[in-house]
Design a protein around this ligand. Structure first.
Ligand SMILES: *C/C=C(C)/C=C/C=C(C)/C=C/C1=C(C)CCCC1(C)C
Length: 248
């Protein structure tokens, strides 16, 4: 057993923190729906669903972490039950396409553009997650790099689309939200770029318990930024656009 008690506790506390953040965010987003005009209610509903689904999965991830290790007299031992990485990937499979749709909805493009962009980016996101999973559960670096590279293809297409494709629509947004929409796009791109970096930690020198800890903490921090903090930006955009559209 290579994970230390301190590493075990660090991951344990990070998961517990994520449950609290996702739970609180869910309540906040659902209560905030009443503050925005009907056009943006769906975006906030999706935001709340994303953090709600993540809250549920962090409860499962936390339980799986607890059942993988036993603590007796301050000594850590393996129980033989494997920590389940699938919860994370199932969570991403559901939440990542929804996050992209949130961003597209709040931009209020034409109906045809909204559908075309949501479908394209949603499908690419699902493909990216599905291609990452066989690598995540593989032990050897060669297999991990192979699936990482394959998953990087849809990932790159999404990032390019968000950067280039959505950039032109930013100019058409009301002046009061242009910066906020820009930030939401940037938070998405930056926080998303950390996932493939966290994935390679075990391939670039982190070993044993340090690798496990770095990966779990890394993904948890990324999830909090890309779901809860991003959601707050979406809420602010929706609120300001509702005010601007109400005034005009
Ligand atoms: C709420 C969860 C989010 C926003 C998750 C995003 C996940 C990614 C952008 C994952 C990307 C990956 C690669 C690009 C390659 C290696 C495998 C992944 C799945 C970690």
């Amino acid at each position: 057993m290579n994970i230390t008690f301190a590493q075990y506790e660090l991951v344990y506390n990070a998961f517990s923190f994520a449950i609290a953040v996702m739970g609180a965010a869910t309540v906040f987003f659902f209560l905030s729906r009443s503050q925005v005009s009907p056009a943006y209610k769906t975006a906030l509903t999706l935001t709340g669903i994303v953090t709600g689904v993540a809250c549920y999965h962090y409860l499962r991830i936390f339980a799986s972490w607890e059942s993988a290790y036993a603590v007796t007299n301050g000594q850590l031992s393996l129980t033989g039950v494997k920590f389940n990485d699938a919860y994370r990937y199932v969570d991403w499979l559901l939440t990542v396409p929804l996050l992209l749709i949130e961003l597209i909805l709040v931009m209020r493009l034409t109906r045809a553009e909204t559908i075309a962009k949501s479908t394209k980016l949603g499908l690419l996101a699902a493909l990216m997650i599905v291609l990452g999973y066989p690598g995540e559960i593989a032990g050897d670096s060669g297999t991990r790099w192979l699936w990482w590279s394959l998953s990087m293809i849809p990932f790159t297409l999404i990032v390019v689309d968000l950067f280039v494709g959505l950039k032109s629509s930013i100019a058409t947004q009301p002046a009061s939200v242009r910066n906020l929409v820009s930030s939401a796009r940037l938070v998405t791109v930056l926080s998303w770029c950390f996932y493939p970096i966290v994935f390679v930690f075990p391939m670039i020198g982190f070993t044993g318990g340090s690798a496990t800890t770095a990966v779990q903490i890394g993904y948890t921090v990324c999830d909090i930024i890309s779901k809860a903090i991003f959601g707050v930006l979406i809420f602010n955009i929706a609120l300001r656009k509702s005010e601007a559209e109400h005034a005009s």
